[in-house]
Every structure is written in structure tokens, then in C-alpha cells.
Design a protein around this ligand. Structure first.
Ligand code: GLU
Length: 481
């Protein structure tokens, strides 16, 4: 029988599908299924400049690939839709109006120049930065300015000198003094809501009973609590999961680990081993068994068993699990299928063949020449990655920039890659020959290889970027010597 438990993930479609999204999705999914509740997927695309439909599509595909199927979402609808925030603007405007009328929020016409000056002043005086409430007490003047078409935002009027107590399922009571909370913007000057307003309104409107999300959102919680109270909404229960961490305990980041789910998919990781691995990050089965299926995870699931110790994103463990799946859960036919799909699909081969056909005289030559299209790692000694005339720190800087730029391409086509790379070299007055040769060594592991831009496009963003990242890691060691 269905219970009233309703949980959600609320990704912002501003980049590649992130492992952190999958991790939070897994725990929400398990909680919903274990409690016969509903698992909802909502797209938080209020940051119009950074959101893209490509990113939304990739996120949905990746979560589906992991078998974390949602019961309501932008693609399948549901009782509380629409499930994309950009389609719910009227709802947020209605609540913003309500907050203004009750005096829980106010309009602010401070210009970007004033805010910048304020920030600079606070930094010089070593004060905490944040809005100083300038427009709080000058409503009449602000009203005049708005009539004269001056742009404005709506801010939350955070009460002074109060202690907000918030309960977290895993952490107990969390107390925050309101002097640490600034008057948060709720509606931007383009009439779009900020994350805070839209998130609280939607969790209420969509009848969410438990908000299970990453620890990085704890600092937003006091603002949310104030909003729930100001709007007279009943609060859901909150549970903030521990952050995934790099080996050095910093928050998991793309500089140190591949964080895009597309990478794991392209590199041949199985969805079962990814969910197993992400489950282990903050949970252990009562039996202590580390190798488990999604069903095992769900049937044993108890939110109270989530452990708060900083889970380290250790790829060796993931590899070990993936190996066990292949050895213990797949028969020969399935493994053949797995290899065909990942490495030898008609689609992949027909992209590679045009790039190498001039070079082959018999079938074996193909392996010789196109080997790097099928390998995981092609790394060379870091000395190979120094373009002529550049020292180590400068080379690191150049390739970090290039990596960042390539990662930001939402369509990883030959044309986009060539436009970006040529543009980059031009802006920085760098010689193409030197840089492109090093890039080729990073992604192909050898000098003689097909044209660079086409090769990058065929390898795909996730794999190409992962190779550049591995090359950069080895350059960091060289830099330390
Ligand atoms: N849009 C937020 C994100 O990108 C959602 C955070 C939350 O779950 O409240 O993760």
C-alpha cells in the first residue's frame, strides 16, 4: 500500500550529470521504495544563464541508466506538475507577493555598484560580507524608484538576534544565530525566483515529506526555515547526507576525480556497481556485506543507519566491485554483449574507421593504429607534456584552462572543439603546433594519430577530459619535485 512518504531530487541542469546527484538520488530512491512512498525528480532551472536542455537530458538519462526510476518528473508528469521550475514562475510570483504583503520580505533597489562597494568595504574592514539591509527601512523611496522603472529584487527580511533551531534526522538540532544570515534575495530583477524561494515553495506544493540532500545545503537551511514559517507551511523533515570526498578529504571535485556519470558509463562501469559503490559511501548493510544489489540495498534501508564519516570516493573500490560483477554475475554471452556495446558497437567503429582507413593495409593494422580508442589509460611520462618554450607551472595552467574549456562545451562536436581550441590559442598567443602535439600525446599516448579535433570528438568528452586530467595529475607530481 502506498504511504504518504514523498521525497525528491532537484538537480540544476547546469553541466554534466554529477556523481553527487546519483548519490543523493540513490538514498532518496531507497528511502521512498522502502517506505512505499514516491520518488520525484524536479528540475531546478531558475538560473537561466547556466541551465541547458542538453544538461537536463543527460541528467535524466544518467539517473535512468542507474535504474533509479522516478514516479513523477518532467518527462512523465504527475499530479503536482509541472516539474520544471521555469514552467512554474506564476506560482513563485504569487508567493513572493504574499511575503511582501505580510512584511516578511521587502523590495531592494540597490545597484550592483553599491553592492560591490559594500563588499569591498566589508573585506577591507575584515567584516563578514553580505547585504547590509540598506533598503529595509526606506520602502517609500524604493517605491518611487520602482515607479521610475528602476530594477529591483525581493529580499527576505531576516529577523535580528534570534536563534534558529533546525532538526536534522542524522545530526539532531542545528542552531544558527540570525546575525549570520543575510537578507537573501528571493526574486531576482528578471522576475525569476532564486533557488531558495523556488525550492521551499515547490517542496511544499509537491507535498514533499522528507528533504534528503547533500550536506552543502545545511547553510541554506536557516533561510528555508524562515521561509516555511513566513509562508505558514508545515516543514518537511530534513536529512543532510555527508559529502563525497577526494582522498585528501576535500569535497569531491573534477580536478581530482572524474565526476561526470557519462565518464563512468563510457569507460565501461556497470550501473549496478555504481549504485553499489555509492551506497557504500554512507551506508553499510546490517550483514556487513559490501557487494550488494540495488534490491538488497533498498530492502535493508534505514535512514538512521547512514553514517556521517566523510566518505572517500575511492575509485579502486569501484573497480573492484565492477570486476566482481563481471566475474560473478555475468555469463560469457553477457560479457560478450557488454564488450560489444561498450567497445565494438557499429556506431563506435564507424566513427573510428574514417579516421584511420588511410593507414591500414590489413585488419591487424587497425589495432596498431587505433588502439587508444579502446584503452582506458594512455599516460606517458609527464616530461612529454611540456610544450616547447613553456615551463611546468605555465604548462599546467594552459592545460587546466583547456580542460575547463572542453568540459564546458555542451555539444562536444568536431566543429565546437576546433572553434574553442583555436580561439583559446589565439587569445593567449600560443602556437598551435606545440600545444596540439602535447594534447595529442595526452589523449592518444603517441604522436602519430588521426586529426586531433575529430579524435577528441570520437573519444567523447568524458573520456577525452579524463585523459587530460590524468596527464595533469602527473604534471603536478613533476611540479612538486
Ligand atoms: N537545485 C539544488 C541542487 O542543484 C537542489 C538542492 C536541494 O536538494 O535542495 O542540488
Amino acid at each position: 500500500m502506498q504511504s504518504d512518504v514523498r521525497v525528491r531530487i532537484a538537480p540544476s541542469p547546469t553541466g554534466d550529470p554529477h556523481v553527487g546527484t546519483a548519490y543523493v538520488a540513490l538514498f532518496n530512491y531507497a528511502f521512498a521504495k522502502k517506505n512505499n512512498g514516491q520518488f520525484i525528480l524536479r528540475i531546478e532551472d531558475t538560473d537561466q544563464k547556466r541551465s541547458s536542455t542538453n544538461s537536463e537530458r543527460a541528467i535524466l538519462e544518467a539517473i535512468k541508466w542507474l535504474n533509479l526510476n522516478w514516479d513523477e518528473g518532467p518527462d512523465i508528469g504527475g499530479r503536482y506538475g509541472p516539474y520544471r521550475q521555469s514552467e512554474r514562475l506564476d506560482i513563485y510570483r504569487k508567493y513572493s507577493k504574499k511575503l511582501l504583503e505580510s512584511g516578511a520580505a521587502y523590495r531592494c533597489t540597490c545597484t550592483p555598484e553599491r553592492l560591490l562597494e559594500l563588499r569591498n568595504r566589508q573585506m577591507i574592514l575584515k567584516q563578514p560580507t553580505g547585504y547590509d539591509g540598506h533598503c529595509r527601512e526606506r520602502a517609500a523611496l524604493v517605491e518611487e524608484q520602482i515607479k521610475a522603472n528602476m530594477p529591483y529584487v525581493v529580499r527576505l527580511k531576516v529577523p535580528k538576534n534570534e536563534v534558529i533551531v533546525m532538526k536534522d534526522i542524522l545530526r539532531g538540532d542545528i542552531r544558527i544565530d540570525t546575525s549570520e544570515v543575510e537578507d537573501q534575495i528571493l526574486m531576482k530583477s528578471d522576475s525569476f525566483p532564486t533557488y531558495h524561494l523556488a525550492n521551499v515553495v515547490d517542496d511544499h506544493e509537491m507535498c514533499i515529506t522528507h528533504v534528503i540532500r547533500g550536506e552543502e545545503w545545511i547553510s541554506s537551511l536557516p533561510k528555508h526555515v524562515l521561509l516555511y514559517d513566513a509562508l505558514g507551511f508545515e516543514k518537511p523533515e530534513f536529512c543532510h547526507l555527508p559529502l563525497l570526498r577526494n582522498a585528501d578529504k576535500s569535497k569531491v571535485s573534477k580536478r581530482k576525480n572524474p565526476v561526470s556519470l557519462s565518464y563512468y558509463r563510457e569507460a565501461g562501469y556497470l550501473p549496478q556497481s555504481i549504485t553499489n559503490f555509492l551506497g557504500l559511501m554512507a551506508y553499510s548493510l546490517p550483514s556487513g556485506e559490501e557487494f550488494f544489489s540495488l534490491n538488497d540495498f533498498v530492502s535493508s534501508f534505514d535512514l538512521k543507519r547512514v553514517s556521517l564519516g566523510g566518505p572517500v570516493f575511492d575509485l579502486k573500490k569501484l573497480l573492484w566491485l565492477n570486476g566482481r560483477y563481471i566475474r560473478e554475475k555475468m555469463n560469457i554471452d553477457e560479457i560478450v554483449c557488454y564488450l560489444q556495446e561498450r567497445l565494438f558497437s557499429d556506431e563506435y567503429l564507424s566513427k573510428i574507421v574514417p579516421l584511420v582507413r588511410e593507414r591500414i593495409e590489413k585488419s591487424e593494422d587497425f589495432i596498431e593504429y587505433a588502439d587508444f580508442f579502446f584503452k582506458g589509460d594512455v599516460s606517458l611520462k609527464p616530461e612529454n607534456y611540456l610544450p616547447e618554450g613553456q615551463d611546468i607551472p605555465k604548462s599546467i595552467e594552459i592545460f587546466e584552462d583547456i580542460l575547463g574549456g572542453l568540459e564546458n562545451l555542451s555539444d562536444f562536436s568536431t566543429l565546437n572543439i576546433s572553434e574553442y581550441l583555436n580561439g583559446f590559442l589565439k587569445i593567449h598567443s600560443l602556437k598551435p603546433k606545440n600545444i596540439f602535439m602535447v594534447l595529442r600525446l595526452m589523449v592518444c599516448g603517441k604522436k602519430s594519430a588521426p586529426p586531433l579535433f575529430e579524435t577528441l570528438a570520437v573519444l567523447g568528452k568524458a573520456r577525452a577530459c579524463s585523459r587530460i586530467r590524468v596527464a595533469l595529475q602527473s604534471m603536478y607530481t613533476l611540479n612538486k619535485q
